[in-house]
Design a protein around this ligand. Structure first.
Ligand code: COA
Length: 219
């Protein structure tokens, strides 16, 4: 399967909400998404699409609206363009962040349950980190349920460290939130870690494409 990442548009909201309903107990309204997407000064929202064939090139108005991030360019290099429309490729993950003063706050990240475990969450997090650089954020932060060890593993991998809790933060069950922060994302240490993580992710995604190709040849 080929994955590619691009900015979320208002047309994407219904598909995003389907994944959200399978990922979270307190979903956002369509109006909340619209407000976030329109706030381009301090918000960035992304989607990942999957396709059985390499993703299409972006042209004209579509290209202007969907400027690819650095990770988008990596994905485009990994998955060379073909003809067609991106809209025929289903959304399988999404994520977003806000800039609050100097820090980028990851507000949401979710992957379609059928596509978990293949690097999509990691691809999204990389897209959000790129967005944080673009917004000139100094650090990244987020809240995660104390019970959500899967997401915590993803964040730890990208240099987020626990920094306290917010008691009874989640209104559905009164669960505490773990607060996590990265170090300064412009530090040489963080950038070196990120480069290594990206090298490994790139290799993993390439390996998956190669395995899929050989499975198709065999069958
Ligand atoms: C958290 C989530 C986004 C991860 O997406 P994903 O595409 O399955 O994750 P990836 O395949 O990219 O895995 C990246 C890393 O996440 C962690 N991870 C993923 N699945 C895991 C699992 N089942 N157990 C432990 N760690 C896991 C690992 O650190 C993994 O790196 P590794 O493969 O080198 O071990 C996804 O599970 C999800 O949508 N969960 C529901 C919504 C949610 O909890 N969002 C976070 C809210 S704060």
């Amino acid at each position: 399967m080929y994955y590619f990442i691009e900015p979320m548009t208002e047309d994407d909201i219904p598909e995003v909400q389907q994944i959200e309903s399978q990922s979270f107990t307190t979903p956002w309204s369509a109006n909340t998404y619209k407000r976030e997407i329109r706030n381009t000064a301090s918000c960035r929202y992304l989607v990942v699409r999957s396709s059985p064939t390499p993703p299409p090139p972006r042209t004209g108005r579509d290209q202007a609206q969907r400027r690819p991030s650095i990770i988008g360019q990596i994905a485009a290099a990994l998955f060379p363009p073909a003809n067609g429309s991106t809209h025929s490729s289903p959304i399988i993950g999404y994520g977003g962040l806000w800039l609050t003063v100097d820090d980028a706050h990851v507000t949401t990240i979710g992957v379609d349950p059928q596509h978990r475990g293949f690097g999509v969450g990691e691809l999204l997090l990389n897209g959000l980190i790129d967005a944080a650089y673009e917004l000139r954020a100094k650090m990244l932060t987020l809240e995660v349920r104390v019970s959500n060890t899967v997401a915590q593993q993803l964040y730890l991998k990208y240099g987020f460290q626990p920094a306290g809790t917010r008691p009874r933060y989640y209104t559905d069950n009164g669960e505490d939130a773990l607060i996590m922060w990265t170090e300064a994302i412009d530090s040489p240490e963080y950038q070196s870690r990120l480069s290594e993580m990206r090298r490994q992710l790139y290799a993993r995604l390439q390996r998956q494409v190669a395995e899929k190709r050989s499975a198709v040849r065999v069958s």
